[in-house]
Design a protein around this ligand. Structure first.
Ligand code: NAD
Length: 614
């Protein structure tokens, strides 16, 4: 029979502790909520009542239930109040010595049969457990932020945790309506081990002004469907907590440089910019603890400092005048699209439906006919799904001219090339466009892996060359990465952004580096998941669960890899590794082997999972 938990203790009522109190009390369990001082206790109370009041306001909790919930919580200063609880979970700051001291005291205060649990994100549960005289009753119960919302709990079992304790805690998680994965004691467990390298990398991008905070966050939300961008997530986690987690993961997780906290994080912690809890982190909030972002000096549209050094490499992202003929498709603004694959097809549809006159150039009439057919089919689907009316479909098709000659691009205002991903082919195309197109035309490439500057330098007008990285399928995906090289003019990138807006897309501006924003942040995370599987730390199902239920990702890494294609993922990961030579970016051997074996994902029927049997 599973143990009955009638009362539990929660120590530390900060970002996590207050949420954990709410989870227990909501499920009918009495909670003794402990803080270190009266002031901290008051802050914890305010957090809890704020959260439950919001739940009432949103109709998710009845007023009477809120009152009953709050009545179950006994707020106390000091550990002595925990003498008769069945389980204690601590959520004090992420410092090993603090947690060890706390556990030694809990061991003294709590009844002998009580379970002692830590919510640590990265510290060794084993090292915490040996500070007590009952290591077999010590376990990790790692909730996710915000605890009342996120479904996942990682249950961390050390080599000495007793099987009964593990089973009791698993049953408790089920009673709390949570899904648990039980794993062994390793820095970062599943989710944080995969998350924090990504978060740190995103901060590095911001620190080096590779892209703005809004653009980095928008890219990951719109390009990958994540519930929040990495910098907003850092603010939610708390920069002090994140710094400690990264530090522990660096020291105990194999000294992977990707976990060494980016210097900006420490500077922000020292300056008291801890994120939401202090009212300011990467963003500024209405007041400490508030989730509401308010404008500040970095908000787009506010006055920004000029780059100052005369170059365009940093700072002036997307500022400058815009070529007006392209900013609005009204009239006869003409756009050339070169290529005949799925990307070109999607891009033709996107421009034509937005009202631009499109000249499609392929390598022959036969290919043009195929592309035309594909655009029609896609638009017809749009009609069936109610995305577009019949008249608009016909008008869009009427705006496309089909050609097999680049010379027809002499009068266009913008060219988007989406031909085969081969440097020599693209360079030759840009050299031809340079001869054919009128001056002042924006020349764009959809390359996902080649340096845009290589293509720009094939022309005599590198200031007019920019990357426009659409996502597949272009008519559906809301994001476009606008890649500016060190020679792209401010006017060109601002024009590209204005064009994206007329297409109903969000354009994010970034530098000309492998993977741009989305792939540079996404692929190493996927590669790390493969390494974790390869090390037999967790199963593919548990890893997928952890990222979906703990972090709100729409798909787990293995589901996503099977959709993207393992060969595609490997190719991008190789590019990232070759550009930066970062050891942590080296493709996982298992990924290489699966590709060699022809297990490429859904497209071949088998990748990490067998899709033929489903
Ligand atoms: N922030 C997250 O997203 C997140 C997610 C999962 C797990 N965690 C883990 O949860 C733990 C707490 O993190 P947090 O972000 O809530 O930290 P926090 O800084 O927001 O809160 C810590 C709280 O502990 C209190 N405290 C400090 N010493 C204490 C003591 N001796 N006795 C009682 N209370 C004490 C502080 O007053 C503070 O209110 C850490 O181990 C962290 O790694 C954090």
């Amino acid at each position: 029979m599973a143990r009955e938990f009638t009362s539990v203790g929660v120590v530390g009522l900060g970002t996590m502790g207050a949420g954990i109190v709410e989870v227990f009390a909501r499920n009918g369990i009495d909670v003794v909520a402990v803080e270190i001082s009266a002031a901290a206790l008051e802050r914890g109370k305010v957090t809890l009542t704020g959260s439950t009041d919001r739940a009432v306001a949103r109709g998710k909790l009845a007023e009477a239930d809120r009152d009953a919930l709050l009545a179950r919580v006994d707020f106390q200063v000091g550990l002595d109040a925990l003498h008769s609880v069945d389980l204690v979970i601590e959520a004090v700051p992420e410092h090993l010595d603090l947690k060890q001291r706390l556990f030694a005291n809990l061991d003294r205060v709590c009844k002998p049969e009580a379970i002692l649990a830590t919510n640590t994100s990265s510290l060794s549960v084993t090292e915490i457990s040996v500070a007590t005289g009952r290591p077999s009753q010590v376990i990790g119960i790692h909730f996710f932020n915000p605890a009342p919302v996120m479904k996942l709990v990682e249950v961390v079992r050390t080599v000495v945790t007793s099987a009964d304790v593990v089973a009791d805690v698993e049953a408790l998680c089920a009673r709390l309506g949570k899904v648990d994965v039980t794993i062994s004691d390793r820095a970062g467990f599943i989710a944080n081990a995969l998350l924090f390298g990504y978060l740190n990398h995103a901060v590095g991008m911001f620190e080096s002004r590779y892209a703005t905070r809004e653009d980095i966050d928008a890219a990951m939300k719109l390009g990958c469907g994540l519930p929040m961008g990495p910098l907003a997530l850092m603010d939610l986690i708390g920069l002090d907590t994140a710094a400690e987690i990264l530090d522990t993961m660096y020291r105990h997780g194999g000294r992977d440089r990707r976990h060494a906290p980016v210097p900006l994080i420490r500077q922000m912690v020292t300056a008291g910019l801890l994120g939401r809890k202090s009212g300011r982190g990467f963003y500024t909030y209405e007041r400490p603890g508030s989730p509401k972002v308010v404008p500040d000096e970095l908000t787009p549209g506010e006055t920004r400092p000029a780059a100052g050094d005369g170059t365009r490499a940093v700072g002036r992202v997307g500022v400058g005048s815009v070529r007006s003929e392209l900013a609005s498709p009204a009239g006869a603004t003409r756009v050339g699209v070169v290529g005949s694959g799925p990307m070109a097809t999607g891009i033709i549809e996107v421009f034509a439906t937005a009202g631009y006159e499109v000249i499609s150039v392929t390598r022959g009439a036969e290919k043009s006919a195929k592309v035309c057919e594909a655009v029609k089919t896609s638009l017809d689907k749009g009609v069936v799904r109610g995305r577009i009316g019949e008249a608009d479909r016909d008008a869009a098709l009427g705006r496309v001219t089909w050609s097999a000659t680049l010379d027809h691009l002499a009068e266009v205002d913008l060219v988007v090339e989406a031909v085969v991903e081969e440097r020599s082919v693209k360079k030759a195309l840009f050299a031809s466009l340079d001869e054919i197109c009128k001056p002042g035309v924006v020349l764009a490439t959809t390359t996902s892996s080649l340096p845009v500057i290589d293509l720009a330098m094939a022309t005599q007008r590198p200031a007019d060359v920019v990357g426009l990285h659409f996502f597949n399928p272009a008519p559906v995906m809301p994001l476009v990465e606008i890649v500016r090289t060190i020679r792209t003019s401010g006017e060109t990138s601002a024009t590209a952004r204005a064009v994206c807006a007329t297409l109903g897309k969000t354009g994010v501006i970034c530098g000309d580096r492998a993977g741009f924003v989305v792939n540079a942040l996404l692929l190493p995370y996927l590669n790390d998941a493969v390494r974790m599987l390869e090390a037999s730390y967790a199963t593919a199902d548990d890893i997928d669960h952890a990222m979906k239920l703990g972090c709100g990702y729409p798909m787990g890494p293995f589901e996503l890899l099977d959709v993207v294609g393992l060969d595609v993922a490997l190719a991008i990961q190789r590019e990232l590794y070759l550009e930066l030579r970062e050891p942590g970016f080296a493709p996982a051997p298992l990924l290489e082997h699966l590709v060699t074996a022809g297990y490429l994902g859904r497209k071949t029927g088998r990748g990490f999972r067998d899709h033929t049997r489903r």
